[in-house]
Design a protein. Structure first.
Length: 75
């Protein structure tokens, strides 16, 4: 086969593409480790705790002013 054989050239191109693809796939685990998103578990737990506290305060306020419900005006 000569250097200008289209089949040989296509095979060389395929080999080059496969090499690039293999290297890319091999690099994925490290890329995933390097680009791991932050763990927001603690932050979200604090937000949930604060929202629950606000909800409890709102229920207490609602209970304290339940006698005013009779004066609600429907618009």
């Amino acid at each position: 086969m000569s250097e200008t054989d289209p089949a040989a050239r296509a095979f060389e191109d395929l080999c080059a593409e496969m090499t690039v693809l293999r290297r890319s796939v091999e690099a994925l685990p490290q890329a995933w480790r390097d680009n791991r998103p932050p763990d927001y578990t603690e932050d979200l737990a604090r937000v949930v705790k604060a929202m629950n506290a606000v909800g409890m305060h709102m229920k207490a306020i609602d209970a304290d002013f339940s006698h005013l419900r009779q004066f609600r005006v429907i618009l």
